[in-house]
Design a protein around this ligand. Structure first.
Ligand code: ADP
Length: 474
């Protein structure tokens, strides 16, 4: 049973939504009885048909009765909703702050632990509970407090930067016993740390790429948890995310008017032209169009892109940014678009269809992240022939092969990779991409084609997770 707070297409903020929209179905296709548990968010209560009551708890963490509803996702995966309107049936996104997020996600975890221990009305009970990110981190702690036999647990880190840290005084309100509050448990410098609870008490830990699983064991990237992660390194695995090829396929994407594949890249130029027109960029076919689709957060390194706007203009390139988040970055990209009409365009907001059209029309997708657990947009870039230009971090390092003399010669290059998170090095790499694009069009096409042929499907990751569960249950 996966427990999570996002699932594409009904609830999505970032990559976690994409993972939950694809992984459970891929695991079921391999024959495992995989199910999902999520909070009863309004979009799920509305979007999942034929929900049936299959159990409940008389008192969910002091907030009264809650019910378990069971339905099926669009892809046919059984999904439980923890229905507790006072906590979950609220307008807005899953992480909007109402002043009680600690309670909201502790309640999710406590409810999940009850379902895991006692099963639903039909007697279904998971053998393994996989917890996704800090919002579900208390599940292994609640289960550790229980004397009876319990299911195995996996804590999956999609992003170590978000941990859920709250004052220790909340312990009794969250029904946490002092027995789990110690430095080897969930205590974090005198406070409660939800993610740490999961990392300390889960039987296994996974994260979403092999490189990130190593990076987070170092003080520079461990966000204060590297000691614990290093101690548990034998139980820590990195399993790369995949691409949902039903959703991300330029040959059938419903968001595109004109479809293409690696053999019909001329059609990509039509998509580029339509995109330029839609966002008010000059309709130049020959100038490379650099694109960004991202949360605007410090971790994504987009300040480095802002610092390169003048250089992109100097190179006669174009820049298109779709994103939302940090107000300073939003203002920065807006100002860049105003200063360079026709050359820089900024779309502030979250727009799934636009994201697809940007990948179809863009020549280069920029992902200069300081930290990147896996990253999905570079994988979408590969599939759509929008050549990824990425920093060598986390999953970006595991999925993109830099176009250097060697890899261009033996045709293994799929993008551009740089090391130092500095605007100067990013600029140099942008320059490299522009040169290949303009001066060696055949090599460029080869890089695009080779990227489009990469196979990052979910089947392999789904198999790896099932193998991991198998080892745990042995
Ligand atoms: P993260 O989970 O850190 O945000 P990922 O690269 O793993 O980063 O996943 C981001 C997902 O969110 C991708 O599916 C990407 O297309 C999508 N996304 C991010 N920002 C936007 C936006 N402004 N509009 C539409 N989709 C977006």
């Amino acid at each position: 049973m996966h427990v999570a707070t996002e699932m594409f297409p009904l609830v999505k903020v970032g990559g976690l939504g994409d993972v939950m929209g694809a992984l459970p179905g891929a695991q079921r296709a391999l024959g495992a009885d995989v199910r999902i548990l999520m909070p009863g968010f309004p979009a799920l209560l509305r979007g999942i048909p034929n929900l049936k009551v299959v159990g409940g708890v008389p008192n969910l963490l002091g907030r009264g009765e809650a019910r378990f509803l069971l339905g099926k996702t669009e892809g046919g995966v059984p999904i439980y909703l923890l229905d507790c309107p006072v906590l979950f049936d609220r307008p807005g996104g899953p992480y909007d702050e109402w002043g009680d997020s600690h309670l909201k996600f502790a309640a999710l975890a406590w409810g999940a632990a009850q379902l895991a221990l006692h099963g639903d009305a039909a007697g279904w009970r998971p053998e393994v509970v996989q917890c996704h990110d800090w919002q579900t981190g208390l599940i292994p702690a609640y289960l550790a407090q229980e004397p009876q036999p319990r299911p195995r647990t996996v804590m999956t880190i999609h992003n170590l930067a978000y941990q859920g840290v709250y004052p220790a005084a909340l312990l009794p309100e969250l029904w946490l016993s002092p027995s789990v509050f110690h430095p080897e448990g969930m205590e974090f410098y005198g406070q409660i740390n939800f993610l740490k609870a999961g990392l300390a008490f889960a039987d296994r830990i996974t994260t979403v790429s092999p490189t990130y699983s190593r990076e987070i064991q170092s003080p520079g990237s461990g966000a204060g948890l590297d000691g614990l992660l290093t101690r548990r390194r034998r139980e820590l695995t990195g399993i790369l995310n995949g691409v949902d090829t039903r959703v991300w396929n330029p040959a059938s994407d419903p968001h595109l008017e004109f479809h293409y594949d690696a053999r019909h890249l001329a059609v990509k130029k039509v998509n580029k032209n339509l995109l330029q027109r839609a966002v008010g960029l000059d309709e130049d076919a020959g100038d490379p169009l650099f694109v960004v689709v991202s949360r605007l957060a410090e971790q994504k390194g987009l300040d480095l892109v802002l610092e390169n706007v003048a250089y992109l203009i100097q190179l006669s390139a174009q820049l298109l940014v779709l994103g939302t988040g940090d107000p300073v970055l939003e203002a920065g990209f807006r100002a860049a678009a105003e200063a360079h009409p026709g050359r820089v365009a900024t779309v502030i907001g979250y727009d799934e269809g636009m994201a697809h059209r940007i990948l179809a029309g863009g020549d280069v997708i920029l992902v200069p992240s300081r930290q990147e657990p896996c990253g999905l947009t570079q994988l979408y870039g590969l599939r759509y022939g929008a050549v990824p230009l990425v920093r060598r971090a986390g999953g970006l390092a595991d999925t993109v092969v830099d176009a250097n003399a060697h890899s261009l010669m033996d045709s293994t290059a799929t993008g551009f990779v740089f090391n130092e998170p500095s605007s100067w090095i990013l600029g140099e790499t942008i320059g490299r991409a522009c040169r290949l694009y303009r001066e060696e069009p055949r090599a460029w096409t080869q890089v695009q084609r080779h990227g489009m042929q990469q196979n990052f499907s979910w089947a392999a990751s789904a198999r790896d997770y099932l193998d991991l569960y198998g080892h745990m249950l042995e």
